[in-house]
Write a protein of this length. Structure first.
Length: 273
């Protein structure tokens, strides 16, 4: 009798472990909220709508992928609105949050700018793309160098990233604000819109080394999904304003136990840019 009970318990454990390994994880991604941006006078109201819509969908976690606010007041207002989210919230900095010499200001408010976290059976690494490029001047025609102290911070982050090995049976997904590549239809060739060399090659080599095949990014303000260098880049739309057209909204990612991702873009109805 006891041996039968042991077998039953063992089989039950296998079933539970198998269910956990294949359980779907749902992540809502809110990006480019830009609270305080003069070109986005309705940004706060749009973010409130997005929060209500995300709560109605009951995700397992929410990622806020950068360009949160234009100043300390914008950060505070954004955080106040985002506190209404019912799921855990994880932040990644954008180029309106971190510039070439002020990453410590962000860290004092939001904590770490690069880190690892887990949601059920999926692991995520947040990367600070502002340590991999100079985005201070929108009109720059060629990539500007980083200050030496910021470049050193970037080297330290990439060293950390290289140590983020995947755990057996658990997908590892990357998050950052600035995409590393353009897709075929992106209309602007300025270096402002992507991570450029020499940082691009260094980051991509590490992403391949640690087995990342999916990246959740922002920065472009409209939703796109494309593949480059064996990685699928999932660009969330903005909630704030539309420099390239499209629809305001957020992304909803369903992640399977084997690491496949299905992305749906959810439009904010009656939102004003």
């Amino acid at each position: 009798m006891k041996s039968k009970l042991v077998v039953v318990l063992w089989l039950l454990t296998l079933v539970i472990c198998s269910a956990n390994a294949t359980a779907q994880v749902v992540i809502a991604q809110i990006s480019d909220t830009h609270i305080g941006e003069h070109r986005a006078p309705h940004a706060a109201d749009n973010l409130r709508k997005a929060v209500d819509m995300v709560n109605a969908r009951h995700p397992d976690a929410v990622i806020v992928s950068g360009d949160i606010g234009e100043n300390a007041e914008g950060w505070e207002q954004a955080r106040s609105i985002l506190q209404r989210l019912k799921a855990p919230v994880y932040y990644a900095p954008g180029n309106h949050d971190v510039h070439t010499k002020d990453v410590e200001k962000y860290r004092r408010v939001f904590g770490k700018d690069y880190y690892r976290f887990s949601v059920k059976n999926v692991d995520f690494v947040v990367i600070d793309s502002q340590l991999l490029g100079n985005y201070d001047k929108y009109e720059a025609k060629s990539p500007a160098p980083l200050p030496s102290e910021t470049e050193a911070e970037g080297h330290e982050m990439l060293s950390w990233l290289g140590d983020q090995k995947p755990q057996r049976g658990r997908p590892l997904i990357g998050i950052q604000h600035v995409p590393v590549f353009r897709d075929g239809g992106f209309p602007d060739p300025k270096p402002y819109w992507v991570v450029d060399e020499p940082y691009r090659g260094r980051e991509i080599a590490i992403l391949h080394e640690i087995g990342i095949k999916q990246m959740l990014v922002g920065h472009w303000h409209n939703g796109r999904v494309f593949e480059r260098e064996g990685i699928i880049w999932r660009v969330a739309p903005a909630t704030s304003w539309l420099p390239w057209g499209g629809q305001l909204g957020f992304a909803l990612h369903s992640i399977s136990g084997d690491g496949n991702v299905d992305t749906r873009f959810v439009e904010l109805p009656n939102a004003e840019p």
